[in-house]
Design a protein around this ligand. Structure first.
Ligand SMILES: NC(=O)c1ccc[n+]([C@@H]2O[C@H](COP(=O)([O-])OP(=O)(O)OC[C@H]3O[C@@H](n4cnc5c(N)ncnc54)[C@H](O)[C@@H]3O)[C@@H](O)[C@H]2O)c1
Length: 316
């Protein structure tokens, strides 16, 4: 079975993915620097579930600084998830986002050249689409107007990965992920933030009037899309392809808040704030291409997914 390098292995998506890969009998080289975006203890707990598995080897390292520690490792695929995540934070911390995400990705690509690995899956983001008047976003839409340094960093990485495909035959699949949620979710993400405040009887803050909409995608569907991408890269040569990974079915923030208040059986306490310039009004993935080429078929709708999320949140 294949050996996979997973960067950002201790994070939200990385830990969910690794659990699944190990179940499917893959060997994993996992890399994370426990970046301070959120509490290191959360990430240590994420990987504790599988860190004793003999098929899992972990390196605590920063891909911007000491990726050379991996020069002697062998792997067939790279799933590059390590990044400074979060749109809003990036607006006030430009330097960190641009440095970490762009230099980090360049270093991962250089490592691939050194160890002769030519298959990469990269986690890009719906944020590259910026604000458009379109009802759903397709991979061919213009992405020249990202609204935040985070989105700019993701678009830059997509372009750089194409350079390496063209110049060094690195075959790559770019997955533009749409608002991921579920088990091990980051504390800064909407469902976690609202749940924390509702549980503590604090007022929740909503930017805009609650009518902005997101294509919320459950993490198990994201993991499936990565496994499908591995199969596609295994079967095809000369690949550089971009896919939207969402559900095509956006939900208004007001519906998220209503569901969570009901689930926690609390009276709503809400403050509405002016929207940020860097935030998008709507995200909705056109997933025709991923369905057709990868065989991607999201299984978890919003109601099922948020019910699953609440169960996980209350148990943790
Ligand atoms: N969660 C979402 O909704 C979403 C949406 C679109 C794209 N993405 C992308 O998916 C990927 C994973 O996101 P996530 O939500 O799991 O975030 P996360 O913050 O939970 O995971 C990222 C992990 O990368 C690690 N990391 C960061 N910089 C590093 C470095 N220089 N060296 C080594 N490790 C480093 C962090 O410590 C963290 O554990 C990111 O690239 C993110 O941009 C996420």
């Amino acid at each position: 079975m294949s050996k996979v390098l997973v960067t950002g292995v201790a994070g939200f998506i990385g830990s969910n993915l690794s659990e699944k890969l190990l179940k499917e009998n893959y060997s994993i080289i996992g890399v994370d620097n426990f970046d301070d975006f959120y509490d290191r203890k959360i990430k240590e707990k994420n990987i504790s579930v599988f860190s004793n598995n003999p098929k899992f080897k972990f390196f605590e390292l920063d891909i911007c600084k000491n990726i050379n520690l991996l020069n002697k490792e062998k792997f067939d695929f790279v799933i590059h998830l390590a990044a400074k995540a979060g749109v809003l934070n990036s607006i006030t911390d430009i330097e960190t986002y641009i440095h970490n995400n762009i230099i980090g990705t360049k270093n991962v690509l250089e490592l691939m050249r050194k160890v002769d690995c030519n298959k990469m899956i990269f986690s890009s983001s719906s944020s590259v689409y910026g604000n458009t008047t379109k009802k759903s976003f397709s991979e061919n839409d213009n992405t020249d107007f990202p609204l935040s340094p985070y989105a700019t960093s993701k678009k830059s990485c997509e372009l750089m990965i194409y350079n390496y495909h063209n110049n060094y035959n690195i075959n790559s699949i770019i997955l533009r992920l749409f608002s991921v949620y579920g088990k091990n979710q980051r504390p800064d993400l909407l469902f976690s933030k609202f749940s924390d405040r509702i549980r503590l009887d604090k007022t929740i803050e909503i930017y805009g009037e609650g009518n902005s909409m997101r294509d919320y995608t459950e993490v198990s569907d994201i993991v499936d899309s990565i496994l499908l991408s591995i199969s596609f890269l295994r079967k095809n040569k000369k690949v550089y392809s971009i896919f939207n990974i969402g559900t095509s079915s956006p939900t208004p923030i007001s519906e998220v808040k209503d569901f969570l208040y009901k689930s926690f059986q609390k009276e709503p306490k809400i403050r509405y704030l002016t929207s940020h310039k860097g935030d998008m009004i709507l995200t909705c993935a056109d997933i025709t291409k991923a369905r057709l080429i990868l065989g991607y078929d999201p299984k978890i709708n919003f109601e099922k997914g948020i019910t699953k999320f609440c169960k996980w949140y209350k148990e943790k």
